[in-house]
Design a protein. Structure first.
Length: 388
């Protein structure tokens, strides 16, 4: 009897252990199901991000088609893809999936470049689903939506940059062709004709009835003066193409010489001043662009300002080189002409702005009618300084 009771007790104990084992197995099975489900969701998220990166690398696709494909990838990555729809509004575009419609079950994320609001991306369910972390949506889906919005912002920024580069390339080609036309006109209409006339006049001196004595000396003096003028014109053309001595003399001395020659040639007083630039060694790109900015600014003064006095200041104020060009000309009303100056395609301002931008700098204008104009440019030199 005792053995039978003990056996019964053992059976009860074993039964309890079996039930505990079954309960633990059930818990493990549930945990296993949960982990597998989470893994499947993460795989969908990774596929979404990878798919967006792959689509964005296709340079042949227009931005509208890229956004449409992003919407499809997003829908396929949500917990219930069969009832998911998406809408992306960005930079004037409004792209929806084919099944999109407004429903109460949605989540959104803004598309931002820095602090500029470009639009938003939204995902909606077409039917009600059990409540999760954010309505019917998972916490991880919120993170994914924010990540997609960030990728869309980068796509928009890249598209803007590409558009700006296209505009810049067109303007560069126009500037090059305009400069070539100017040089060709200068060579053909002036230098070529002057040299041809000189050749004819020199040929006339070899004729039997050519002048002699004092008259010959006067003719030769006139020919020499005209030849000197032609040489000066050739030197000016070469000077415009590439300032001589920039690498040998340095930026400051080259600018000082150019300002002095400009003053003599155009009869506009130019006061040039440099401070703190001693020993500063800039790469050639920085030097030639700063030189061109001064050149374009003075050309602008000569053509438009009606000024008789210009002040050019270049100062090293670490970590920037500050360039100030101020004239006492007629000035302009910047508020009335803000659109024109924002485009900056007149009066050489576009070229100055682009050169400053290429060097990582900024340009600002200050002017009033009858008060002249001040051009203030700051160019960082910390990464361009090759040693003091």
């Amino acid at each position: 009897m005792h053995d039978m009771r003990r056996t019964k007790a053992q059976l009860i104990e074993e039964l309890g252990k079996l039930r505990e084992s079954e309960a633990r197995a059930a818990v493990l099975d549930l945990e296993h199901v949960r982990v597998l489900r989470a893994l499947r969701e993460r795989v969908k998220e990774l596929n979404c991000l990878y798919g967006i990166s792959r689509v964005a690398q296709n340079r042949d696709l227009p931005l509208e088609e890229i956004i449409r494909q992003v919407g499809e990838l997003v829908c396929a990555s949500w917990q219930y893809p069969e009832i998911s729809c998406a809408r992306i509004r960005m930079d004037g575009l409004d792209i929806t999936t084919r099944n999109y419609r407004q429903t109460p079950w949605g989540q959104k994320s803004p598309i931002l470049i820095r602090e500029e609001h470009l639009g938003e991306i939204e995902v909606r369910y077409l039917e009600a689903r059990p409540k999760c972390d954010e309505g019917p949506f998972l916490r991880e889906e919120r993170h994914l939506l924010d990540a997609v919005a960030e990728k869309l912002a980068r796509l928009a920024q890249a598209a803007r940059t590409e558009a700006q580069m296209r505009v810049l390339s067109r303007e560069l080609i126009k500037a090059q062709e305009k400069e070539r036309l100017r040089i060709a006109t200068e060579l053909h209409d002036h230098l070529a004709q002057d040299l041809a006339t000189l050749k004819m006049d020199l040929g006339g001196l070899m004729e039997p009835q050519a002048p002699t004595g004092h008259e010959l000396k006067l003719c030769l003096a006139g020919l020499s003066e005209r030849l000197s003028g032609a040489i000066t014109d050739i030197r000016d053309l070469a000077y415009d193409l590439l300032p001589p001595g920039l690498e040998d003399l340095g930026l400051v001395r080259t600018l000082a010489r150019y300002c002095a020659e400009f003053s003599t040639r155009c009869r506009i007083a130019v006061d040039f001043f440099a401070d703190g630039m001693e020993g500063l060694r800039l790469d050639f790109e920085a030097q030639i662009n700063i030189y061109r900015i001064v050149q374009e600014a003075l050309t602008n003064v000569r053509k438009h300002a009606r000024a008789d006095q210009v002040t050019v200041r270049i100062i090293l104020s670490h970590p920037n080189v500050i360039l100030r060009i101020e004239d006492n000309g007629q000035g302009v009303d910047l508020e009335e002409r803000q659109e024109e100056f924002r485009d900056a395609k007149r009066m050489g301002l576009w070229g100055m702005r682009e050169r400053a931008r290429l060097l990582g700098g900024t340009i600002s204008l200050r002017s009033r009618p009858g008060r002249g104009m001040l051009i203030h440019i700051e160019i960082p030199v910390e990464n361009r300084n090759h040693g003091l």
